[in-house]
Design a protein around this ligand. Sequence first.
Ligand code: NAD
Ligand code: IPM
Ligand code: MN
Length: 348
Amino acid sequence: SRSISLAVIPGDGIGPEVVAEGLKVLAAVLPQDVKLETKSYELGAKRWHETGETLTDAELARLKEHDAILLGAVGDPSVPSGVLERGLLLKLRFAFDHHVNLRPSKLFPGVKSPLAGEPEIDFIVVREGTEGPYVGNGGSLRTGTPHEVATEVSLNTAFGIERVVRDAYARAQARPRKKLTLVHKNNVLVYAGHLWKNVFDKVGEEFPEVSTDYLHVDAATIFFVTQPERFDVIVTDNLFGDILTDLAAAVTGGIGLAASGNINPSGDFPSMFEPVHGSAPDIAGQGKADPTATVLSVALLLRHLGYTDEAARIEAAVSVDLAGRGAAAVGHRGTAGIGDALAARVSG
Ligand code: NAD
Ligand code: IPM
Ligand code: MN
């Protein structure tokens, strides 16, 4: 019989609130014969305050044994910025070689976009997840003096770029429009930018059916707002992808709807699924967070594990729910009310 061993990292702020709803929907959608085993890992601000630990090697080893990881969000105003983001979230992405950070953006029917008219938005951003300016390749000299110097050097390898670019081509090839856009800034970041472009062009020879395009990241932000329909699949650097996917969320109905998967395509390590948003300290503990991004991340998780029908049922339930919401994003139902409604819809 089938089984899923799922690690759950609720994390900080609204993380536990939205993860609870994601798990509710997951339990509701799975057929009887699938055995779901979840194990919760108490990581985040509370743990750090109590022990000074972010993520131990022993925990990393235990996490590795699961089929997948569901994460809420990490980061808290009471913890110095970067401690949990780097020591927990990025540590997981790097340790488990999550080089494909998959971030789909779709404007669901009936959802209000802040953009004029009724734009057609349905693209995916394939964000590189293990390199770029995120690697911690930097330092500070003369720290705390008026002459302080800080560096944060972006790391780009032909190997790292090639594997994510090839993944993006394959995704473009599998979609009806078969279009792939590289986003970088090779007019200024000439070393990394040219490496990306050269690898992009070279790998493209293997995908003659995929039409390609290149945009500098600043221009890409214009088109996200003025012509989002021009995008199908986008491949980009870690930091550009971070920024672009918050913008993509904003134009498709808000950050509360944006899902992501940190994928290790080889299967050597568990992939990790999480909403694009953070811990939202401004609304934490109030039942105001939209759990939809987490629920859609559960759909990505299920599809990754081969539960295609279940993933589609979740997406269909979200689509119906969103179409009936009107102007209210979360409204009177609150976080748990939306989770209940989605759970009822996927099981019914
Ligand atoms: P954020 O995404 O937490 O919040 C930005 C804005 O979006 C806030 O106004 C928030 O209330 C709103 N928002 C976020 N999620 C929402 C939801 N589900 N429903 C409704 N509204 C929602 O970004 P931030 O404020 O820049 O960061 C807060 C903390 O989260 C920081 O510590 C940051 O480092 C961390 N962070 C973590 C992750 C992650 O764990 N993957 C991602 C981004 C930020
Ligand atoms: C995200 C977040 C993270 C990132 C931070 C919290 C490390 O913003 O998942 O988008 O920059 O990747
Ligand atoms: Mn982000």
